[in-house]
Write a protein that binds this ligand. Structure first.
Ligand code: CA
Length: 258
């Protein structure tokens, strides 16, 4: 049974302005991604694969719209680069089909520098476009921009883990229908862990990402805040529910029983 939380008489040592924690989105924050290139021209395709691979991306490719759709669903890329002039299906039609099954960011490569065409493509669900002929550097910049936008949106999204809901916009956390009274730092810590639910997060990372402090050997700050957070979540280190300590590594937030 979960103990009722009693307001602590202690004032937690929260200092400075609140900065929202920045949950890491794997490698996409650093601008490296799984890219799917859908392009029927073999010369352009291989030059894009080579150029994007040199820039650190993992590249998959398809030469038709149908193969591209299949790869987009089965390969779960971070971003799709889509040529509009494909042999089997109009690029806009493919985009609409893709949008029916996936929200993956799409950068369209169009040979037509035609405003109406570009507007139609953006309306059909593209996130950005490049006009042929374009260099890999420009395409890479567009890819990184759409990935950053995606990461920013993910950072603002409400996270639900079991009976716990954390909403970064209203800065409210609710557990089993009851609003938690958290200090700003406790909220940031909970949000950071909830956004990475299921992953073990190291204390060093928490200190640098949530507190924006360098890690100093015997720093107990993270431990102290985790124990406050535990208490507010109605659990103890001995009987954890959401916050599971992984000895010598860090802490993992997961739904009870997961
Ligand atoms: Ca083409």
């Amino acid at each position: 049974m979960r103990a009722a939380w009693v307001k602590t008489p202690l004032t937690p040592p929260y200092r400075g302005p609140v900065s929202a924690p920045r949950p890491r989105q794997a490698d996409t924050v650093r601008g490296m991604a799984q890219v799917l290139v859908v392009e029927d021209d073999a010369t352009i395709r291989s030059s894009l694969i080579r150029g994007l691979t040199e820039r650190g991306h993992a590249v998959d490719s398809a030469s038709t719209a149908m193969a591209g759709l299949e790869r987009a669903v089965s390969g779960r890329p971070d971003v799709v680069v889509l040529d509009l002039g494909l042999p089997d299906l109009d690029g806009k039609a493919m985009l609409r089909m893709l949008r029916g099954v996936s929200a993956v960011p799409v950068v369209v490569a169009t040979a037509r520098d035609d405003e109406a065409e570009i507007v139609a493509v953006l309306d059909a669900g593209a996130d950005d476009y490049v006009v042929k002929p374009f260099g890999v550097a420009q395409l890479d910049a567009r890819i990184r921009a759409v990935l950053r936008r995606g990461a920013d949106e993910a950072q603002d999204q409400t996270v639900t883990v079991g009976g716990l809901t954390v909403d970064p916009r209203s800065r409210r956390a609710v557990l089993d229908g009851t609003s938690l009274e958290l200090t700003p730092r406790e909220f940031d810590l909970l949000h950071y862990l909830a956004a990475r639910a299921g992953e073990v997060v190291g204390k060093r990372e928490l200190l640098t990402e949530v507190w924006q402090l360098p890690y100093g050997g015997a720093d107990k700050t993270v431990d102290v805040h985790l124990s406050w957070l535990r208490r507010k979540l109605g659990e103890t280190a001995q009987q954890p529910r959401y916050l599971q300590a992984v000895r010598g590594v860090g802490v993992r937030l997961a739904a009870p029983g997961d």
